[in-house]
Design a protein around this ligand. Sequence first.
Ligand code: ZN
Length: 467
Amino acid sequence: MMEKEEKWLFTLAIILLFTDFFIIIIANIIPTITLEKGNLILNLNDTYEEPGYHAHRVYLDMTNKVVIENNINTKKIGTYKVIYKIHYNGQAYQKIRYVSVLDQTPPTLTLKGANPAIICPRSKYEEEGYTSMDNYDGDLTKDVIVKNNKDHILYSVKDKSGNFSFIKREIQYQDKNAPVITLNDGNAYSLYIGETYQEPGYQATDNCDGDITKKVVVKSNLDTHKIGTYEVTYEVTDSSSNTTKMSRKIVVLGPKPSNGKVIYLTFDDGPSASITPELLDILKEENVKATFFILNRSSELDYLIKREYEEGHTVALHGSSHNYKQIYSSSNAFFTDLEIIQKKVERITGQKPMIIRFPGGSSNTVSRFNPGIMTTLTQEVKSKGFHYFDWNVGSGDAGEARTSDEVYNNVIKNLGNKNNIVLMHDFNGNYKTLNAIRKIIRYGKNNGYTFEKITMSTPEIHHRVAN
Ligand code: ZN
């Protein structure tokens, strides 16, 4: 057992010993630096903001003794050090914060052209282009990878930091555009009654199918023998069922106006074996077209009707019988007679003649046994679509003229600055006319006349009806 004093001394010794240790320990404690938030990651161009720090030694705050060094460049990718230093007791102490500047922004990827791209069925998409820009690497357009799929195209690009971008361009196969029809010479057309309509032409093109002119369906309600307004329609449908319809307005005007000095040679009561063949020869040699108002002669002469038609003359109707008593006895009788010859001509030429001349002319008085018949007939023929022609230059070849010179003189003295409709005859034995005709033609040609045949567009010449 120890004495009481010994115990105390022992205790004191222990206390002294520990105090000394303590002093030694305290003296050897170094400053501590503490960093808020530790290491950091920054995006390019971010601003580095000091997150804070503390320094202390034992209970003593030494934060204000800390010196910071840093070389951070946030414009450049890299790992930077922020060094926190403190000096104590002739020694330097430090702590390092690592700050990484990274590019975490993916490149931009921009498509030129439409998205979705709408293209024609069965066609191939033609690349319209794209661009890629990176905030750090710059233009990456050349690095873009393009992958073609049936219904879309995938564009992708990666920057040097591995940031990835992609964009999809959808491809839609469809044709919603209707074809375009172009009408040559505009969409209006006019012609004189009886003239032939000549289609000015048209084209149809489609954005997908190209030239589809051959698929155009043309329809028309045109009747060139009737004054009025008509329509020719053009319709076309592309392979995607888009339809376009266009129309051309056709105006059928009245008779063609006279252009001055025109001679229409007309021959009634033929054909005949003795006159018509040679007459046709002369007309052919002189290159003059005439008009024949024929009767229903022997079928052996049908070839002359055919010849008249084939040589470009107008085969018109006079009647079948030329029997006044019969044809002017009634309207029925007249048209029955007219139809016989009309059907005959149609059978021979394929054309149904609608140009007529009344036997005796519309001014005849031979029909007065049936009062008013000419008034009736002149209206009825019109309503049935016939054009009837009288004459304004007589030759007298069926009457008072006895020689070819008289026929010639009768004609030329009556010619004028007008549509001259010359009445002559090619019935059997009418040599006066046959012998005068070449002279008449020469006279006309030498005096500035042109020779034309009567058509449905020739202005009608009518006498004053006398019954
Ligand atoms: Zn006659």
